[in-house]
Design a protein around this ligand. Sequence first.
Ligand code: PEP
Ligand code: MN
Length: 330
Amino acid sequence: MIIVMEPNSTLAEIKSICEKLAGMNFSCHVISGVNQSVIGVIGEITDELCEKAQLWPKVEKALRVGKPFKLVSRECQPKGSIVKVGKVNIGKDKVVIAGPCAVETEDQMLKTAAAVKKAGASMLRGGAFKPRTSPYAFQGLKRKGLELLYEAGNLYDLPVVTEVVDPRDVEIVAQYADMLQIGARNMQNFSLLQEVGQTSKPILLKRGLSSTVQEWLMAAEYIMAEGNSQVVLCERGIRTFEPWTRNTLDVSAIALAKEVSHLPVLADPSHASGKKSLVEPLAKAALAAGADGLIIEVHPNPDQALSDGPQSLDFNEFTSFMAALGGERK
Ligand code: PEP
Ligand code: MN
């Protein structure tokens, strides 16, 4: 933190601020200019301390210069972390997670698992608890959905990821899933983040629709602060003024998150675009920016899907998509 003193503050006034900070176990370095001084403060700086210091006598402003997150930062672990989900090593291999937006039927899940496995996907997705904008839209099959997802993953030897939307459901979802997804709408549901932070399951943390990269990393910090270090970030598009795509894939956020954090970063071109024709180009862009893998919506009959049909690939499209990605995934 840097404290800028008001012009012409006396040495005694500067000293009194330094003594106050020393009493709180911070060390201070004073840089005196011609008529204005600044104090460099070193220690465990918090936003609260900055706000408090702002009110001290003769302080013009107090600025936080360090990052507010620790555990997720690259400084904390210069080598990128690898998150293991069954046999899949996210952060090492370029993973592709594929499956429908929502689990609908046993037939749908078994056919999808077989098709995505054959095409080269390494994990299966499918929502059993669906966060929907309308309370009247399909909300997911809940426990039955978890059972069908588990069955399909088990049969085709694909670890499964599914969303948990409520802290009260974490226990049951963790019984069936290999990885828990925190959806965009829940990225700042802090009690949910803490609850999944207390499990031993890897977490896929989607970026909020309107969240900054720092807020996203702070959400990951919430999970890690509870003791769960198995966190994978997922950029899924943010809200912009562009109406022709569902969201806008923030490619720079992928590169930035990789730079400032050691956590693996996946991209979700399905939700980012909302359009199946854009899934492949956005997937390639994400991988080029350094993404560690992709999560893709696939459905046997996208035009009959109960959610997110327009952005879902059918089996032939997914097979071509995987072939087109070949080189990029190396
Ligand atoms: C999903 O993965 O189906 C989903 C709802 O994602 P998001 O939270 O990114 O909208
Ligand atoms: Mn979806």
